[in-house]
Design a protein around this ligand. Structure first.
Ligand code: AMP
Length: 279
């Protein structure tokens, strides 16, 4: 497995492969878990050459503490990637990606960026757009793999590709969960024992919502979710929304023609976890 911290090495190696080699790409921020590896495995099945990147992107963090406390472990990550059959890993420094200007570009994702995560994390999707664009320009993949765990990000990346002349297919991959339903996330490593015991409630709530959605109105469901977390000693609800899957527009009245999804963000102390489920 090739490990390159420099843009130049990656672009040269990709050029050497030639245009007949299908390149699959999985961007990550490291602290890898089985969710990330499921993306690598999918890329492995569908491409000739698999590239992953590990880069904790400063411009997509709205809170300094979240960035500094983000889990990091390069050696363990590389071992996992090697065992999953990844061919190349791009591990740039912040200077390599941003030089001296650690700033986001400003993007218009046709309003997708203003909802949910965009509303609650100022500038987050400008940071995501900036780094994904730069990574795509370096790796020039045929296909890029993103998890439905970050469903809004997946839709934003699809929009980014739609608005640029890149021949890249964006592939959404299912959410990989712990046995108790908790969506795998690098941030789970930071949970205390008490918080870890409490957070399966996020998935449990989504399961209940998906049942209630068959018979109940959206407003009643939202009120019930708010009540569950209002009383909770460890968890705090940041937002809960039911939205149409592609436009991500909030749904107020059910319409059988719409494919809807429930989206949730919850704080356990200062650790913020997100999850979602198709209804
Ligand atoms: P991250 O390292 O958190 O930026 O995630 C890198 C990629 O892995 C993103 O496309 C995520 O959506 C995806 N991902 C993270 N956690 C999971 C999971 N539990 N299941 C599936 N994909 C995931």
């Amino acid at each position: 497995m090739l490990v390159f911290p420099k843009i130049k090495s990656v672009t040269e190696a990709i050029k050497l492969l030639g245009s007949s080699v299908r390149v699959g790409f999985v961007p990550t921020m490291g602290a890898l878990h089985k969710g990330h590896l499921s993306l690598i495995e999918r890329a492995r099945k569908e491409n000739d050459f698999v590239v992953a990147s590990i880069f904790v992107n400063p411009t997509q963090f709205d809170k300094e503490a979240d960035l500094t406390k983000y889990p990091r472990g390069l050696e363990a990550d590389l071992a996992m990637l090697r065992s999953t059959g990844c061919d190349m890993v791009f591990t740039p420094s912040t200077e390599e990606m941003y030089a001296q200007n650690i700033q986001s570009e400003s993007f218009d994702f046709d309003g997708l960026e203003q909802l949910m995560e965009g509303k609650h994390r100022t500038g987050h999707f400008d940071g995501v757009g900036t780094i994904v664009k730069r990574l795509f320009e370096v790796v020039k993949p045929n296909c890029a793999y993103f998890g439905e765990k970050d469903f809004q990000q997946l839709q934003i990346v699809k929009k980014l590709v739609e608005k640029n002349p890149w021949p890249i297919r964006i592939v959404g991959c299912p959410i990989f969960r712990e046995t108790d339903g908790l969506a795998m996330s690098s941030r789970n490593l930071r949970l205390t024992k008490t918080q870890r015991a409490a957070v399966p409630l996020i998935y449990k709530t989504l399961l209940e919502v998906s049942k209630q959605f068959q018979t109940e109105e959206v407003l009643a469901i939202k009120e019930r979710v708010t009540t569950i977390f209002d009383k909770h000693p460890v968890l705090r609800l940041d937002y809960f929304d039911i939205a149409e899957e592609t436009s991500l527009r909030p749904v107020t009245n059910k319409d059988p023609k719409l494919t809807c999804r429930a989206f949730i963000a919850v704080f356990a102390g200062e650790i913020r976890l997100i999850d979602n489920m198709r209804l």
